[in-house]
Design a protein around this ligand. Structure first.
Ligand SMILES: Nc1nc2c(c(=O)[nH]1)N[C@H]1C(S)=C(S)[C@@H](COP(=O)(O)OP(=O)(O)OC[C@H]3O[C@@H](n4cnc5c(=O)[nH]c(N)nc54)[C@H](O)[C@@H]3O)O[C@H]1N2
Ligand SMILES: Nc1nc2c(c(=O)[nH]1)N[C@H]1C(S)=C(S)[C@@H](COP(=O)(O)OP(=O)(O)OC[C@H]3O[C@@H](n4cnc5c(=O)[nH]c(N)nc54)[C@H](O)[C@@H]3O)O[C@H]1N2
Ligand code: SF4
Ligand SMILES: [Mo]
Length: 710
């Protein structure tokens, strides 16, 4: 191969275009990664993308199955590993029925794997218990999108549309660290002074608003919903409502109108900490730049900072209400969108990993959906299980008297990333069977009874759907090391050994064609897409027929709802689930740092990324630190009602005085998720990762002076 292979990054939902060239013999990495000109990144990559090849030949990579014997994980053959799983699955099924088993998937899996995993759970295992880590990530935005627009596609427009906007509001998103090449799409709004960022922290993205770029609203954690109600109040007061648009395209306006009456600016300031003058400034920007005023356009975008709350769905709803009132969705150069997170966070939620869904975004409780999918799968619709339960509830049921006794984990490192993680760890330990399929011995894999080593992105074929709803080809550039197997093959062999009904295939092309049939006619319609088309062009779904060009922009003429109109829903401001009190007087907020991805299972194993950031830290304001007797670098203990974590202090005036920040990428004592609450959103099931109440003090028994955290 001389010119290399065009593919996409293994990590986040931006899915930057890459070109992989086979390296010279003796090179430290098997492929050379080059940035490729694809619209989302235009050749740029972040540090994680540039270093993504390092894990392909890392000594930390798993190359043989492991089975727990006498308490220890020991190397085994594939035949032994499969036999162990089949024997134990059969025993659990005999004693507890099919719902004695459960599956936990991931938003990093290709569409083909996500689809096969959902089918494996419902058909081969026969269980209703399947859910995935997208519940931690996308579920609140998905729920609000479905209820207002009748569809859930993170961005209903290409990211390149952002270029012409006068105003872009980023609600709780830190793209400068989480999707660095995305920052180029903010240039136009920054040049207009129109970038607005809500974040309790002066994040790298909040800093982009400085020097005339826009406005940083440094709100109290958990108050985005209130802030949005206050902005809606002001837009209405300033006659900014696009009444023509609302009359023609939107239901529910009168209820929203009355629901925001009480949120005048000074009251909003009292609840959010954002000065009324700033609120007025932002409302003015929104109104002036809106299409109705003949402005260059406005986008409202939400990230996890606004969504990962026990009222995340209502927060996104408030953003959608504001967008609809300004007349943004469906107008060229304006809109509302959610910035999807994981590599296949979008596709991962469309093909049947969600507890209540079948492929194509069909609902599992809907008889017509069951009949359609059962026909594609060659099974009796009555044999399909009903809806399961969302991730947090599923994890809480593991190993309990009437909960699942066996769990398959494909693409998540729950021990580090699940909320209230000590309890999750206990639940995992209480299982009769834990099977983990992974590339590395993650913290979760360490607890497994059987570990199955699989291929990585550059060694596999398939498709991903990026944050724009654009379906892309992931292409195989090199052969996997001996000993590892393709995950589709693993699921196919297991299904066969379990005497499953239906047909499973290890060929990603065959799987995609079946997925396309299963999704046809559904909301996320991939019916007209196949691998060959994707080899030439990435296609936006819905794409119902081979002749259809795909749909870069949704909502241009109508919304996919029964009456073609979007619906606003009035929402109420609600406090955080675990609020500050004398014993826990500070807010802990959590999030990401540039060099690490998620639970860190992959990026903590890449030397360059580990060198960039090898430890968790607790970021706090110098005045807060002074009051608590904490110095730069001193180890601090952060305690919540659930437990404590320890990490070195980093003093920074980027924080509010009442708030501390921890990244969640680290395990053990440094694990932020020991502290987080598992309170969830009543509609989406998303946990409140972003805020809980803590106390902070100097840690005793840790060395001092400390080495720096970097
Ligand atoms: N480097 C890196 N990039 C990633 C990932 C990664 O792990 N590492 N993961 C990918 C995935 S799966 C996702 S979901 C995305 C996430 O992308 P983002 O949503 O950008 O990331 P987070 O850091 O989780 O949260 C964003 C910001 O929310 C702020 N925040 C905390 N509490 C609140 C609050 O109450 N209100 C508001 N407004 N803000 C708050 C935090 O200070 C943080 O700066 O990133 C993707 N890209
Ligand atoms: N406190 C706090 N906690 C959070 C968040 C937060 O903001 N704050 N964010 C949440 C969010 S948005 C997310 S998305 C989650 C993510 O957290 P996790 O669900 O833990 O996601 P990853 O760390 O990406 O875990 C993926 C695992 O699968 C492996 N893997 C990679 N590719 C594949 C594959 O193709 N197949 C299989 N079988 N395995 C693979 C990796 O090696 C890794 O061990 O974390 C959540 N946790
Ligand atoms: S921004 Fe996301 S997709 Fe792009 S290189 Fe970085 S991790 Fe990869
Ligand atoms: Mo995520």
């Amino acid at each position: 191969m001389t010119n290399g292979i065009d593919t996409h990054c293994p990590y986040c939902a931006l899915q930057c275009g890459m070109r992989l060239e086979i390296a010279e013999p003796g090179s430290p990495v098997p492929v050379i990664v080059r940035g490729r000109d694809f619209p989302v990144n235009r050749g740029g990559l972040c540090q994680k993308g540039w270093t993504s090849a390092a894990l392909l030949n890392s000594p930390e990579r798993l190359t043989t199955p492991l089975i727990r014997r006498d308490g220890r994980l020991e190397p085994a053959s594939w035949e032994e590993a499969y036999a162990e799983i089949v024997q134990r699955v059969t025993a659990i099924k005999a004693e507890h029925g099919a719902d004695g088993l459960a599956v936990f998937g991931g938003g990093g899996l290709t569409n083909e794997k996500a689809y096969t995993l959902g089918k494996f759970a419902r058909v081969a295992l026969g269980t209703r218990y399947i859910d995935y880590n997208g519940r931690f990530c996308m579920s609140s935005a998905a729920a609000a999108g479905n209820r207002s627009f009748g569809i859930d596609r993170g961005l209903p427009f290409p990211v390149t549309d952002l270029a012409t906007a006068g105003v872009i509001v980023l609600l709780g998103s830190n793209v400068a660290d989480t999707m660095p090449p995305f920052v180029q799409h903010l240039a136009g709004a920054r040049a207009h002074g129109g970038l607005v960022v809500t974040d309790p922290r002066r994040s790298a993205t909040a800093q982009l608003t400085e020097n005339g770029g826009g406005i940083h609203l440094q709100l109290l954690p958990g108050t985005d919903l209130t802030l949005l109600l206050g902005l809606t109040h002001l837009v209405i007061a300033q006659q900014g409502v696009d009444t023509e648009y609302v009359q023609a395209r939107v239901n529910g306006y009168p209820d929203v109108l009355s629901s925001v009456a009480e949120w005048w600016p000074e009251r909003t300031e009292e609840h959010t900490g954002v000065p009324a003058s700033q609120l007025r400034e932002v409302a003015d920007l929104l109104v002036r730049n809106s299409p109705r005023a003949g402005g260059p356009g406005v986008f409202l975008l939400t990230g996890r900072g606004a969504e990962q709350h026990a009222h995340g769905t209502d927060t996104v709803q408030a953003a959608i209400n504001l967008a609809l009132l300004l007349g943004l969705p469906g107008q060229r150069g304006s809109g509302y969108g959610c910035l999807t997170g994981q590599g296949n966070g979008q596709g991962g939620r469309e093909h049947g990993q969600k507890s209540d869904q079948l492929p194509g975004y069909r609902m599992i409780a809907d008889p017509a959906a069951r009949a359609h999918v059962a026909a594609v799968w060659g099974i009796d619709p009555d044999s399909l299980p009903g809806p399961g339960v969302p991730a947090v509830e599923l994890l809480a049921r593991l190993g309990t008297a009437d909960g699942p006794r066996g769990l398959f984990v494909h693409g998540s490192n729950l021990v580090v990333s699940a909320p209230n993680a000590s309890v999750v760890e206990q639940r995992l330990r209480s299982l009769d069977l834990l099977v983990v399929c992974d590339l590395v011995l993650s913290e979760t894999a360490r607890l497994a009874d059987v570990v199955l080593p699989i291929t990585q992105w550059a060694e596999e074929d398939g498709t991903m759907t990026n944050l724009e709803g654009r379906v892309l080809r992931r292409k195989r550039a090199l052969a996997p090391p001996e000993g590892v197997r393709d995950e589709l093959q693993v699921l196919t062999v297991l299904a066969q050994l379990l005497d499953s009904r239906g047909h499973f295939s290890a060929d990603s092309n065959v799987v995609f064609n079946e997925l396309s049939l299963a999704s046809a006619g559904g909301k996320a319609d991939y019916g007209g897409i196949d691998h060959e088309r994707l080899d030439h062009e990435a296609i936006y779904w819905p794409c119902p027929t081979p002749e259809h060009p795909g749909t870069p922009r949704l909502f241009e003429t109508s919304f996919p709802t029964p009456d073609g109109r979007a619906t606003m829903w009035p929402v109420k401001a609600v406090g955080v689930a675990d609020d500050v009190r004398p014993k826990a007087p500070l807010y802990l907020i959590t999030g990401r740092v540039l060099p690490h991805y998620q639970s860190g299972a992959q990026t903590r194993r890449v030397a360059e990324l580990r060198d960039a950031e090898d430890y968790a830290y607790v970021q706090l304001h110098p005045l807060t630190a002074q009051r608590l007797g904490i110095e730069e670098g001193s180890y601090v203990e952060v305690t919540s009602a659930r437990g404590h974590a320890v990490a070195p202090a980093r003093l920074s005036s980027d924080l509010r005085l009442d708030t501390v920040f921890m990244p969640f990428h680290f395990p053990g004592d440094q694990r932020a998720n020991t502290l987080t609450t598992d309170a969830t959103d009543p509609i989406s099931g998303m946990p409140e990762y972003k805020v809980c109440a803590v106390s902070v003090r100097r840690a005793h028994g840790y060395p001092f002076p400390m080495r720096s955290a970097g």
